[in-house]
Design a protein around this ligand. Structure first.
Ligand code: NDP
Length: 283
C-alpha cells in the first residue's frame, strides 16, 4: 500500500519557513509584495486570486490585486504592467491566466521583468530554465519536485515519465526533473505505446487533464506518482488524472487530488515572491 504524499502538510511546512524568512526580511525594512493582475471576473480566476491573497496574508507578504474589466485593451494592461515593473515596492508580478480573448497572452507575460516574474512564464525565465541557469521555475512543476523530494526517493538516474507537454506544467516539469538528473520521457497525445512507457516509470508525473487517465496497470510497482490533474467530475468533486485507489495498490508514493500538487503550487508562489524580494534587497 502506497504512502500518501500529503500536500497540505508539505505546503504548511513551506509556508512556515517563508513566514519566518519574511519576518527576518521585514526586520531589515523590506516587506515582500506580490502584485496580481486580474482581467475579467471569471469565477475560477477570481477564486484563485482570492486564494493567493489569503496565502500572502498568512505569510506576512503584502498582496495588491489590480482588477481590470473583461474588455480591457491590451495597451491598458501593458501600461499597468509597466507601472508595476517600475515600482520598487513590488517584488513579484503575476498575471492571472487565462486572459480575455482580445489580449495576446505571451506579449503580456513577456512585459513582466524577469526578476519579478514569480510565475516563471516569461521567455527569459523559460530560456534560463532550459539552459540550466538560475531562474524562477514555474510554481506547479517546482511544487512537483518538492513533493518528489519529500519522499526521499532519489531522482538522479531514475526513469521519470511526464504525461503532458504544456508550457506551464509538462515541459517545465520535465526540465526540472532533468536538472535533478532523472532520465526523462515526455508523453503527449501523439505518443505511441504510452501505457508501456508509463509502466517503466520510477517517477510518474501526470498532467493531462483527464480524470482517471492513469489506471493502476500503468503504474510500476514501487513508483512515485505525482498527480497534477484537476478535473471537475459529474459528481461536482475534484479528481486527478490518476486512478488514486488503484495507484495506491501498486506505487510506493502517490499524491492525492485534492490535497496534493494544488496546495504546493500555491506555496511555491510564496517561495518565489520571497526570493524576488530578497534579491531586490540584495540579501
Ligand atoms: P493542457 O491541456 O495545456 O495540456 C495537456 C497535455 O496533456 C497536452 O500536452 C496534451 O497533449 C496531453 N494529452 C491530452 N490528452 C492526451 C491523451 N489522450 N494522451 C496523451 N496525452 C494527452 O493542460 P495543463 O498542462 O495546463 O494542465 C494539465 C492538468 O493539470 C489539468 O487538469 C489542469 O487543471 C491541471 N493543473 C493543475 C495545477 C495545479 O496547481 N495542481 C496547475 C496547472 C494545471 P498534446 O500536447 O499532444 O495536445
Amino acid at each position: 500500500m502506497a504512502q500518501i504524499i500529503d500536500g497540505k502538510a508539505l505546503a504548511a511546512k513551506v509556508k512556515a519557513k517563508v513566514t519566518s524568512q519574511v519576518q527576518a526580511l521585514q526586520a531589515q525594512g523590506v516587506r515582500p509584495c506580490l502584485a496580481v493582475l486580474l482581467a475579467g471576473d471569471t469565477p475560477a480566476s477570481a477564486a484563485y486570486v482570492r486564494g493567493k491573497e489569503k496565502d500572502c496574508a498568512e505569510c506576512g507578504i503584502e498582496s495588491r490585486v489590480l482588477r481590470l474589466p473583461e474588455q480591457v485593451a491590451q495597451s491598458e494592461l501593458l501600461a499597468v504592467l509597466e507601472s508595476l515593473a517600475a515600482d520598487p515596492a513590488v517584488h513579484g508580478i503575476l498575471v492571472q491566466l487565462p486572459l480575455p480573448a482580445q489580449i495576446d497572452e505571451q506579449t503580456v507575460i513577456n512585459a513582466i521583468p524577469p526578476e519579478k516574474d514569480v510565475d516563471g512564464f516569461t521567455a527569459e525565465n523559460v530560456g534560463r530554465l532550459m539552459i540550466g541557469e538560475d531562474c524562477f521555475a514555474p510554481c506547479t512543476p517546482a511544487g512537483v519536485i518538492e513533493m518528489i523530494r519529500s519522499t526521499g526517493v532519489p531522482m538522479a538516474g531514475r526513469r521519470a515519465v511526464v504525461l503532458g507537454r504544456s508550457n506551464i506544467v509538462g515541459k517545465p516539469a520535465a526540465l526540472l526533473l532533468l536538472r535533478e538528473n532523472a532520465t526523462v520521457t515526455i508523453c503527449h497525445s501523439r505518443t505511441e505505446d504510452l501505457a508501456e512507457i508509463c509502466r517503466q516509470a520510477d517517477i510518474l508525473v501526470a498532467a493531462v487533464g483527464r480524470a482517471g487517465f492513469v489506471p493502476g496497470d500503468m503504474v510500476k510497482p514501487g513508483a512515485v506518482v505525482i498527480d497534477v490533474g484537476i478535473n471537475r467530475g459529474a459528481d461536482g468533486k475534484l479528481h486527478g488524472d490518476v486512478d488514486f485507489a488503484a495507484a495506491c495498490e501498486t506505487a510506493a508514493f502517490v499524491s492525492p487530488v485534492p490535497g496534493g500538487v494544488g496546495l504546493m503550487t500555491r506555496a511555491m508562489l510564496l517561495v518565489n515572491t520571497l526570493r524576488a524580494a530578497r534579491r531586490a534587497a540584495g540579501v
